[in-house]
Design a protein around this ligand. Structure first.
Ligand code: ACO
Ligand code: ZN
Length: 488
């Protein structure tokens, strides 16, 4: 009698072929209806029946090339590596395909979103169109913005310029003429009236008075915020290297790339007193030389000048500004002298960027005259007949053009009768008397021995005459400067 019935017979019978154990579903296939156990996905084939995944790419990747070399070293051809990769590539291609053609992922979903969210969100959550502002949202924003402007006008008593639709709150370069002007700034102990429009963001420009931290140059609308900032501000000097110190006067070199915000704020202050210059935000190609007065509270900002790291036109100064309360104290000429000292160190004559403002012209002419006169007076009598403009240029760091223009203004270049060339005619008593008058005013002067600085050279900087040949590697700049910078 047969035991049991039904399937008992098949359980006892030996299976014709050994059973392949069922594979786990692929990761992420939560439905459990993944690929059938033991089935290898078919790689797409080309017309010749070669699996497409095994095709060698036209430009082999570095990894593939490496694998091939390794295989070749081991005695193989490297093709086996390519073939084992084929199914994986084919799987990836298939996955990409199903994502795009809509076979997988929530229905009705934007294909981009499907790819972006990797099918992890449902259709509603992945739909980003609901967050884009519609026409009525924009209208509501404009109305609210206009109402806020009106209220601000009532509170501050300032006329409000009409705001154009879509005007960004932070003006871009050249947006200085939008109609708002900071009327006054408070910086350090001084309250200063502005001279020109500076492109502060609209919400700041509308305020009658801006508070500026004299150490980090951050600007603030409210006195309360300003006071709180003063308690917390970590800076007590400009964020750069102190490269010059003489008594209570220091000059810091600040890199526009390393301290972008500080330099942008510096330019915004400068623009309040400069009519022509347009540098506000693109500060990275510039170095800034910040003049400070030192006391027990720290290094107080007095003025600055900017200089291109690499000037094609040979400018050694782009913009110079001394805070109005500190003007007419000799700081302008001090910084100009400083800029020429750096030019002499670089071994390249330099000139200020044109056009010069009226005050800039006054200051430069005064400086140039004094610099040339000092050379002429100091020159031994026997050498004076052999003096050349190039020699003066080398000693002063001034360009030949600036020397000639100063000499012409002072009537020192006289055409020789019957000849096409000019002679340098110096009225020595008058020159000496001029220098004597200057000396009596005890002007501020730069002491070259107190400079701790090495030129900032980048690849392609104009090479000084005594520099190594151009094919030698460019000098490492920042390391040089940190080595030579004085302790702050
Ligand atoms: N009226 C008459 N003469 C003046 C005036 C003035 N308002 N300002 C300066 N000077 C003369 C001085 O008499 C002095 O000449 P002197 O020594 O022969 O007497 C000379 O100019 C320099 O005087 P400083 O006291 O050294 O210069 P100051 O500290 O005032 O700074 C500066 C000059 C930087 C031009 C200042 O007036 C300023 O910041 N102005 C606003 C910004 C500006 O115009 N910058 C120059 C733009 S050009 C450029 O950036 C390349
Ligand atoms: Zn600060």
């Amino acid at each position: 009698m047969a035991k049991g019935g039904g399937s008992g017979a098949s359980r006892d019978a030996a299976p014709a072929t050994p059973r392949t154990p069922k594979k786990q579903p692929a990761r992420g296939d939560s439905s459990g209806t993944g690929r059938k156990a033991g089935r290898t996905p078919k790689a797409p084939t080309d017309a010749a029946g070669t699996p497409k995944g095994s095709q060698t790419p036209k430009t082999p990747t570095r990894a593939a090339a490496k694998a091939k070399t390794a295989a070749a070293k081991a005695g193989g051809s490297g093709d086996s590596q390519t073939q084992t990769q084929a199914p994986a590539q084919a799987r990836a291609a298939k996955r990409r395909k199903t994502s795009k053609n809509g076979a997988a992922g929530p229905p009705g979903l934007d294909p981009e979103a499907r790819v972006f969210f990797a099918n992890r969100l449902n259709a509603h959550d992945a739909d980003t169109t609901q967050f884009a502002p519609a026409a009525e949202d924009r209208l509501a924003f404009e109305e609210a913005s206009a109402a806020a402007s009106l209220q601000e006008a009532r509170e501050t008593g300032l006329p409000q310029a009409p705001r154009e639709q879509g005007t960004p709150s932070t003006p871009s370069v050249g947006a200085a003429g939008v109609g708002y002007q900071v009327k006054k700034i408070q910086i350090g102990a001084s309250e200063i009236d502005s001279w020109y429009i500076s492109p502060y963001p609209d919400e700041y420009s509308r305020h009658p008075l801006l508070y500026i931290c004299e150490f980090c140059l951050r600007y603030m609308k409210s006195k309360y915020t300003f006071r709180r900032h003063c308690l917390k501000c970590p800076l007590r000097h400009p964020p750069g290297d102190e490269i010059y110190r003489d008594g209570n006067i220091s000059v810091f070199e600040v890199d526009g790339r390393k301290n972008k915000i500080y330099c942008q704020n510096l330019c915004l202050i400068g623009k309040m007193f400069l009519d022509t210059k347009t540098l506000y935000y693109d500060v990275e190609p510039f170095l800034f030389y910040v003049l400070c007065e030192y006391d027990a509270d720290g290094y107080h900002f007095a003025g600055y000048y900017s200089k291109e790291k690499r000037s094609v036109q040979g400018y050694n100064l782009s913009c110079i500004m001394i805070l109005p309360p500190k003007q007419r104290e000799g700081y302008g000429k001090l910084l100009i002298e400083f800029s020429y000292l750096l030019s002499k160190k670089e071994g390249l004559p330099g000139s200020p960027e044109k056009p010069l403002s009226d005050f800039g012209l006054l200051s430069y002419h005064s400086y140039w005259r004094r610099a040339i006169y000092e050379i002429l007076v100091a020159m031994p009598a026997k050498e004076s007949s052999a003096i050349s403009i190039e020699a003066i240029s080398k000693k002063t760091g001034m360009t030949v053009d600036d020397i000639i223009s100063t000499m012409q203004t002072d009537g020192m270049l006289q055409r020789q009768p019957g000849l096409s060339n000019y002679a340098l005619v110096v009225d020595m008593p008058r020159t000496e008397a001029y220098l004597q008058r200057v000396k009596e005013k005890s002007p501020r002067r730069i002491d070259a021995a107190k400079l701790r600085w090495a030129p900032f050279l980048t690849k392609g900087t104009r090479a000084a005459k005594d520099d190594p040949p151009a094919d030698e590697p460019a000098l490492e700049t920042e390391a040089d400067q940190s080595d030579s910078s004085a302790a702050a």
